[in-house]
Structure formats: structure tokens, C-alpha cells
Design a protein around this ligand. Structure first.
Ligand code: NAG
Ligand code: NAG
Ligand code: NAG
Length: 369
């Protein structure tokens, strides 16, 4: 992490008999960061589950400091990079293994193949749905209450944390567009399905608010119709678009409803600040420097765990030129772009930019007018 690199560098300066500076590693911009989501953020929660949707084997993690950890990419995932940009000196631990005072920095609940709907992803085995992630968070809140000594102190602390939630991708990939396993596409039109997901999501986010969350970034569904897996499964149907239009059109119905739903929550819930984080790219990937935009870097499985890497095969060597690592997931390089855009969108939630201004600077500014 950037901060560790900084410490190493400073240690080097000390060896050169320079003085150890007072300011070693800045405080993060928020005291704590809680992560809810799917495989874009999972950092090991699926490892011990009975599921095909796990990534704790080579070549996953080939560019990660700890090797394969359960992250669904070659290096850092989106949550890792956001934590780094926020100034944390370590990655946020997965709920599966986070213990003790570590949880005061935040917890990552992300689970590959999980969705807003409880049944989403079940064809692949176990996963931690949004509902179950909220139940796990309740356990964390109880642990934090014990650590801080009172429910009031815990609540004040939880109010200051940043929360990100990224759900919905699998409600399309591993539900609506898998009619062989799920009846949803027969029961709902794309518009009805989006409306139903938004209603469920809104209730889930309200529960997150009730457990103390005030600053919440909510990610829209990404360009899932452009993933190598969906392109291989559906083709582009002769259209000039490089993506599966049928999927992108359905996802758009969800994404356009999401900001309105968040506004409604902000109006209804005191001091709530829900922010929409758009994960749809306006840029053509090749204009961002990528050379391969529609094929995976590793050899993607066509058997039971379709779309994930075949274990232990050498992936492509020029990984920074690929948008996709496997059939679904971005490479670390693509994650860096997604996380940087998300960080910009989240900036109104970062207290160092709003709270300091609100306190003394505000009075002195007013008196200077
Ligand atoms: C394929 O394209 C045709 C003609 O534009 C359209 O009628 C049809 O619905 C499309 N099918 C899918 C699966 O997108
Ligand atoms: C997200 O950004 C894309 C690209 O700029 C834009 O086309 C789309 O309308 C945005 N989505 C929403 C819901 O604002
Ligand atoms: C990078 O990967 C692409 C796609 O496999 C390949 O065509 C190209 O030759 C590779 N470049 C290098 C320098 O390995």
C-alpha cells in the first residue's frame, strides 16, 4: 500500500541519518470503511463456502502481494483501491476472518455471486446475499458496541464511517439472464424486474441506515453486457455495438431508477447521505489505452464454474492491456480506473472535506465577509 511504501522510504531516509519526521502516515479520510457487494469487492468471504464461485487459486492474485486470496482479479480489487485512496494503511479485512479491534477500521462483507434477491447465484452454490450481509453487519455492530462500551458511542462512531454498496450485477448475470435456472424472466418484464429490485434494494439500504450508516455510496450495475462471458453466451445479435444490447438495455432500466430511489431515501431519513456511483463507462475502452476489450486475460473455464479462470494455467503476460481478467471481472488496471472514478463520486462524503469547513472555517469565513 502507498503508506507502507512511504514508511519504507522514510526508513531509508533515517538510515541516511536524517530526522524521522513527525508526520509518518496521514490519518485516513474516514475512520472506518464498510463494504457490501459481490465479486467486484469480495476479498475472501467465499473461500470457505460450498460454492463454485470462489477465486482462492492460481492464477487469481498473480499480481497481488499475498497471492491468491479469494479476490476475483489478478491484483487489487475495487474496494482495495478505494481503501488505499482513502488513506488506510491496510486493506479492509473480510468478514470471514476479521476479529478483534481490527473491525473498528471497517469490514468487507462482499461475496461473489451474491445479489439483492436471496436466490440470486444459487445455481453455483452458497453465497452471502445482501440480506445476509446486513445480518453479518448486525454482528459487527454488536462487537463494536462491546469494544466501545456503549450503544451510543458505537452509533456515533458508525455515523462517521464510509459505506459502499455494489449490488445488482448478479441479479442480472446469475438470475434474470439465466432462464435455465431462474423463472424471473418469465415472471417479470425487464421494467418490472428493475422496479422490483429497486424496491427490495431501497428496503435493504434503509436497514443499513438504521444500523448507523449515514454516508453511503451506492454503485450502479456495470457494463455486464460487455463481459467476455455474456458476449460468448449471447453474441451481439448482429448489432454494431460491441456489447449484448438486450442485457445493457435491461440494466439501464435499473440504473436510471437508482439515483431517484437514493434521493427519496435522503429526503425521508434524517442526516442520510446516499450517493449514486455510476459504474458505466462513457469512454470507449480502447481510447483508455486497453488493447483487448472483449476477451479474458486468463483462460476462462467453459465447464462447471463457467467464466472463471481454469486453475493453474498461465494467464496473458501483458495484463495491463486487457480490460477483463476472466469472463466477468476487470483486471487490476481496469479496477484502478473504476475505483478512481468511484473515489471522485464519493468525495462529498469524506468528512475531511466537509466537516472541517463546517466548524471554525465557516465562522471565520462569515466574519471575513
Ligand atoms: C436481435 O435483433 C433483432 C433485430 O434487431 C431483434 O428483433 C431481436 O429482438 C434481437 N434479439 C435479441 C436476443 O436481442
Ligand atoms: C452513467 O454514465 C454514463 C456515461 O457517462 C451515462 O451515459 C449514463 O446515463 C449514466 N447513468 C446514470 C444513471 O446517470
Ligand atoms: C498482448 O496480448 C495480445 C492478445 O493476446 C497479443 O495479441 C499481443 O501480441 C500481446 N503482446 C505482447 C507484447 O505480449
Amino acid at each position: 500500500m502507498a503508506c507502507k511504501v512511504k514508511i519504507l522510504y522514510l526508513a531509508f531516509l533515517v538510515l541516511l541519518a536524517l530526522e524521522w519526521p513527525e508526520y509518518v502516515c496521514g490519518e485516513p479520510q474516514v475512520p472506518c470503511y464498510f463494504i457490501f457487494g459481490d465479486s467486484l469487492v469480495d476479498n475472501g468471504n467465499n473461500n470457505a463456502l460450498n460454492t463454485l464461485n470462489k477465486a482462492n487459486f492460481s492464477p487469481y492474485g498473480i499480481d497481488f502481494v499475498d497471492g491468491p486470496t479469494g479476490r476475483f482479479t489478478n491484483g487489487r480489487n475495487i474496494a482495495d483501491i478505494i481503501a488505499e485512496l482513502l488513506g488506510f494503511d491496510d486493506y479492509i479485512p473480510p468478514y470471514a476472518t476479521a476479529r478483534g479491534p481490527d473491525i473498528l477500521k471497517g469490514v468487507n462483507y462482499g461475496s461473489g455471486s451474491a445479489g439483492i434477491r436471496d436466490e440470486t447465484g444459487q445455481q453455483g452454490g452458497d453465497r452471502i446475499s445482501m440480506k445476509a450481509q446486513l445480518q453479518n453487519h448486525r454482528v459487527t455492530v454488536a462487537r463494536i458496541t462491546a469494544l466501545l462500551g456503549s450503544r451510543r458511542l458505537a452509533n456515533e462512531y458508525l455515523n462517521k464511517c464510509l459505506y459502499t454498496v455494489g449490488m445488482g450485477n448478479n441479479d442480472y448475470i446469475n438470475n434474470y439472464f439465466m432462464p435455465q435456472y431462474y423463472p424471473s424472466s418469465k415472471l417479470y418484464t425487464p421494467d418490472q424486474y428493475a422496479a422490483d429490485l429497486i424496491l427490495r434494494y431501497s428496503l435493504q439500504l434503509e436497514i443499513l441506515y438504521r444500523s448507523g450508516a449515514r454516508k453511503v455510496g451506492v454503485f450502479g450495475v456495470g457494463d455486464i453486457g460487455c463481459t467476455p462471458f455474456e458476449l460468448a453466451s449471447h453474441g451481439t445479435n448482429g448489432s454494431s455495438s460491441p456489447c449484448v444490447m438486450m442485457i445493457d438495455d435491461a440494466v439501464k432500466l435499473f440504473n436510471t431508477r437508482l439515483p431517484k430511489m437514493l434521493d427519496d431515501l435522503n429526503n425521508k431519513l434524517a442526516n442520510a447521505k446516499f450517493i449514486f456511483v455510476n459504474e458505466t463507462s462513457s469512454e470507449d475502452s480502447s481510447s483508455l489505452g486497453f488493447k483487448v476489450v472483449n476477451a479474458p486475460c486468463c483462460k476462462a473455464n467453459t465447464q462447471s464454474n463457467k467464466g472463471l479462470c481454469v486453475p493453474d494455467l498461465h494467464p496473458c503476460s501483458n495484463r495491463t492491456e486487457f480490460v477483463y481478467w476472466d469472463g466477468f471481472h476487470p483486471t487490476e488496471t481496469a479496477n484502478e480506473l473504476l475505483a478512481a472514478a468511484a473515489y471522485v463520486a464519493l468525495s462529498p462524503l469524506l468528512s475531511s472535506r466537509i466537516d472541517t469547513w463546517e466548524q471554525k472555517d465557516r465562522d471565520s469565513y462569515i466574519s471575513s465577509i
